[in-house]
Design a protein around this ligand. Structure first.
Ligand code: THU
Length: 134
């Protein structure tokens, strides 16, 4: 679904801001994610690394878990900001798909320049979702 330009900019700005709080001492790769709710509110998350490496939590999943634990399960779009406009990992695509298979995904660099904007469905075609278990 196309986003209004002011909403798109606000979402990217929120991801840029939360990215500054990333805890990434091992990779030094800071990621900020901002989820847009249907009513226009934004829930953000950053990556939180761990000395075991494997316990690291990505920014997108931080945002989803924050939102769901606050009672929000409907998402319109997500903006992901990294130094170079990096792409959401496979696990994050799957976690986003659980709640919002029709999500719009924006990837932007640290200056807010959009590298990619498109549907989650195109990033995770034929994804496995809740409907498969009923
Ligand atoms: N990372 C994210 O936060 N989101 C992704 O989708 C890709 C990877 C983080 C995890 C780790 O802290 C760092 O980026 C390098 O992989």
């Amino acid at each position: 679904m196309p986003l209004d330009e002011p909403v798109r900019r606000a979402l990217i700005a929120a991801a840029q801001e939360v990215r500054l709080r990333a805890y990434a001492p091992y990779s030094n790769y800071r990621v900020g994610a901002a989820l847009l709710l249907p009513d226009g509110r934004i829930v953000t998350g950053c990556n939180v690394e761990n000395a075991t490496f494997g316990a690291t939590i990505c920014a997108e999943r931080t945002a989803v878990v924050k939102a769901v634990s606050e009672g929000e399960r409907h998402f319109v779009a997500v903006a992901v900001v990294t130094a170079n406009g990096g792409s959401p990992c496979g696990i994050c695509r799957q976690v986003l798909y659980e709640f919002a298979p029709e999500l719009t995904v924006i990837m932007a660099d640290e200056g807010g320049r959009i590298v990619h904007e498109g549907a989650l469905y195109d990033l995770l075609p034929h994804g496995f979702g809740p409907a498969h278990l009923v």
